[in-house]
Write a protein that binds this ligand. Structure first.
Ligand code: ARG
Length: 285
């Protein structure tokens, strides 16, 4: 007799309705370079970015999710990457503090959005904190990346503000400068079982790789090709997974595990180092 696997690959996957905040890339451009994907000499089409973003938003709505939008601001070409401006768990909003001066002003527009929408439990961080870019809620633990953007001191701050356990993860490859381009949650944790996640091991330090294996022995491991098209920057509702279309091996793997992939084109947004998840802040409560 062999023992049963931790999680049956054929388990029924259950979607739960989500609420997302997005920002139309009306002013999208690559005018500066703060990550290796951004080349300001390469042409970018704002119209193409808006078209990609609109398909992404329509996909969420078609899947039954609620999408709120925030007014895009001129002079903030990266404001489309809503995930970087807040981490919301149980109605508590932890805002952002950007590393790059070019993005600093975004944080306050998002803070104001939450105020205008009835949120009162809003804390702005004192340490560099790029929100869901580096802080990934798994349902029981908050995985927190550092190495390129978010300060390790922001991890302790997140634990204190959100009241959830934080696990720090060390990122080592500048192409995977945010945690959300190296790892995503397929199914959140339930009482008695950890989340089901996918990640690209080489984006992490050796110690963090060991930690991830220990916490998530049944994780789906992405290939270099999957990671290199920002395939880990995917969004799952527990069943449906919106994923960059070039991530073919990862798409096949998640389908084998019972998820329904929704491949999406992010060619233009990727020129800024962003994908579906970067464009999507989840509002939990
Ligand atoms: N150009 C943006 C930056 O470098 C992209 C942010 C992508 N967002 C994300 N959640 N990974 O800051």
């Amino acid at each position: 007799m062999t023992s049963a696997p931790v999680r049956q690959p054929t388990a029924a996957r259950v979607a739960t309705a989500r609420r997302y905040l997005m920002c139309e890339p009306t002013h999208f451009a690559v005018e500066y370079s703060i990550n290796p994907w951004m080349d300001p000499t390469r042409p970018v089409s704002t119209a193409a970015a808006i078209a990609e973003w609109t398909v992404l938003k329509d996909t969420y709505e078609r899947l039954g999710h609620r999408v709120d939008t925030i007014e895009p601001q001129p002079g903030l070409p990266d404001m489309v990457f809503a995930a970087n401006s807040g981490t919301v768990v149980d109605g508590v909003v932890l805002g952002a503090r950007f590393r790059a001066p070019q993005r600093t002003a975004e944080a306050d527009f998002y803070r104001t959005w939450f105020l205008d929408h009835g949120y009162r439990d809003i804390v702005m961080p004192t340490k560099t904190n790029e929100a869901e870019g580096d802080l990934v809620w798994t349902g029981d633990l908050l995985l927190a990346g550092t190495g390129f953007r978010t300060d390790p001191g922001a991890h302790a701050e997140a634990q204190e503000v959100l009241g959830v356990p934080v696990v720090s993860l060390q990122l080592v490859n500048p192409r995977y400068y945010h945690l959300d381009v190296a790892l995503f949650v397929l199914t959140e944790a339930t009482p008695g079982s950890r989340a089901h996640i996918a990640y690209y091991p080489a984006a992490f330090s050796p110690g963090t790789q060991r930690l991830l294996r220990r916490l998530y022995p049944d994780a789906i491991l992405a290939t270099e090709e999957d990671a290199a098209c920002l395939g880990l920057n995917a969004v799952s509702d527990g069943r449906n997974v919106v994923i960059p279309k070039e991530a073919t091996a990862l798409t096949a793997a998640i389908a084998t595990h019972g998820y329904t992939p929704h491949p999406i084109n992010i060619t233009e947004l990727r020129k800024s180092g962003g994908g579906p998840k970067c464009c999507t802040m989840e509002i939990r409560g």
